[in-house]
Design a protein around this ligand. Structure first.
Ligand SMILES: [Zn+2]
Length: 495
């Protein structure tokens, strides 16, 4: 008999310091699809849904996928949006007849009403389907995983990579465990370990550094009997909530006392190496000096503005780095994105080749990364900012920057857009006539994901902190709800 599986995707990473609430339009801007549309657009890409469908096909499941919704990281999810996104799941759950539920969640959602958005989704789901029904979920390792999430789902599986390139594989892993749970082959639960920190020392990056060893350790633990999945979550620090920070999850057979030992072992390693930061954060002036001194023909120098990463809910409009690069008279360069819908709209009416003078960026929170920057440049591209990715993360997936323009200011092609996205795919420049591989200097807004597509074209990568909303100087943010003491806000923890 085929298993009946209900699935839904409701994904948001909420930066509680971002003053702009995330409403339904922000989900429409990224994607907000009913089941069949989601399967059409996302069912054969590097997505969790594709991994679920892979496993479902292999096991002959009947899958009812009711929604795929994600918004760019931003402020708290509005009550209206949260209730609207949940309703297809809750309606389908109430119909009954399910053998299991599969949820694609990010794990760091905060709503206007709930500090633990995912915990609330699961609490409501359980109230309808009861405590026993197998529930599996996938998470982004930038989840702030709460006790409620582990209490209400038997199986939780996070991506093992940052940049996140194993999204589909993670969907498949979680779905396989759901299958074994539905057949009665296994009886999993998930144990959580946590330390009082805002995030892992390197934001969870897995290309180099201590996470490489931790994941090797996790894979070795998973080879043991009764251990099914180990998730190492770097946490999401831009959330002023009680259950913030890194977690280690061990999904394994109920009653196995080794699960918590494994979780604690890995969590302790995250704590012990909390000072082992790999990035050296330059000031924008230092980054601009490196760009000025960069030799033409040496390949591309990539400068990442860590702090203004729209992928973590920064506004993406901080002009501090651009201003420093212009002051340093850097040439053959590109910069993107500047998220400024007003400027992007204004430029739609100009002709290609026109000279334009206007303020860009800095309009949301000048205290984080500077106020509007007045620039004069030549318009070289304008139109709808549609991108189809071709890199390891976004391959084949469509995204839109909304109204978009490229203004050549001095020697820098500046990408001005309306809808926030971090830079993680070369097509995000190429679609607008900018070839980053041919630029001496590529300045972009991203913390770590950019490496997947941009490292292959880079001769050198440097990272700066512009002081924008996702600054690593956490003392600049008004934390009120995180439990104290916590690292690194409270130095006495170092003793
Ligand atoms: Zn992530």
């Amino acid at each position: 008999m085929a298993f009946n599986v209900l699935s839904a995707e409701i994904s948001h990473e909420t930066n509680t310091f971002n003053i702009r609430a995330t409403g339904l339009q922000a989900f429409r801007d990224r994607y907000l699809l009913d089941g069949p549309a989601a399967i059409g657009a996302r069912g054969d890409r590097n997505t969790e849904l594709a991994g679920l469908l892979d496993a479902g096909r292999a096991h002959g499941w009947d899958i009812t996928h009711v929604i795929s919704a994600a918004a760019g990281p931003g402020g708290k999810v509005t009550r209206e949006a949260f209730e609207a996104l949940l309703s297809p799941l809750m309606e389908a759950a109430a119909v009954g007849g399910w053998d299991g539920v599969f949820l694609v969640l990010h794990g760091a959602m905060v709503t206007e009403d709930h500090a633990d958005g995912e915990g609330e989704i699961l609490r409501r789901l359980r109230a309808t389907v009861g405590p026993e029904l197998p529930v599996a979920m996938t998470l982004d390792p930038h989840a702030n995983v709460t006790r409620a999430m582990c209490e209400h789902a038997q199986v939780l599986v996070s991506f093992t990579t940052y940049p996140h390139v194993d999204v589909r594989a993670t969907g498949r892993r979680a779905a396989e465990l759901l299958h074994r749970t539905m057949t009665g082959d296994i009886h999993p639960n998930t144990i959580r370990a946590h330390r009082p920190m805002l995030e892992e020392a390197n934001g969870g990056r897995t290309d180099i550094g201590p996470m490489v060893e931790r994941h090797a350790m996790a894979r070795a633990f998973e080879a043991q009997k009764g251990v099914y999945a180990i998730s190492i979550n770097g946490g999401f620090p831009c959330a002023d909530i009680e259950e913030v920070g890194p977690t280690v999850l061990v999904t394994g057979e109920i009653g196995n006392p080794d699960l918590s030992l494994m979780a604690e072992d890995l969590a302790e390693d995250i704590w012990r190496r909390r000072h082992d930061a790999l990035n050296h954060y330059l000031t924008v002036q230092e980054a601009a000096a490196a760009a000025r001194d960069w030799q033409p023909g040496a390949g591309s120098l990539i400068i990442a503005d860590y702090a203004d990463n729209p992928g973590s809910g920064a506004y993406g409009d901080a002009p501090a780095l651009l201003e420093a690069l212009l002051d340093a008279q850097v040439s053959n360069a590109c910069f993107g994105p500047v998220i400024d819908p007003e400027a992007a709209e204004h430029l739609q009416d100009a002709n290609i080749g026109d000279e334009q003078t206007l303020p860009i960026g800095g309009k949301t929170a000048p205290e984080f990364g500077g106020g509007p920057l007045r620039v004069t440049g030549t318009l070289i591209w304008r139109g709808e900012g549609r991108v189809v990715g071709d890199g390891p993360i976004l391959g084949g997936q469509e995204r839109s920057f909304g109204k978009t323009a490229v203004l050549r200011v001095g020697g820098i092609d500046v990408l001005i857009v309306s809808i926030p996205h971090q830079m993680l795919d070369l097509q995000q420049f190429r679609a607008f006539g900018i070839d980053p591989a041919k630029k001496s200097v590529v300045a972009l807004k991203s913390m770590q994901h950019f490496r997947a597509a941009f490292a292959p074209i880079a001769a050198r990568i440097i990272v700066c902190d512009s002081g924008a909303l996702c600054t690593t100087q956490y003392g600049l943010l008004a934390y009120r709800n995180v439990p104290r003491p916590i690292f690194p806000l409270d130095e006495n923890l170092d003793e």
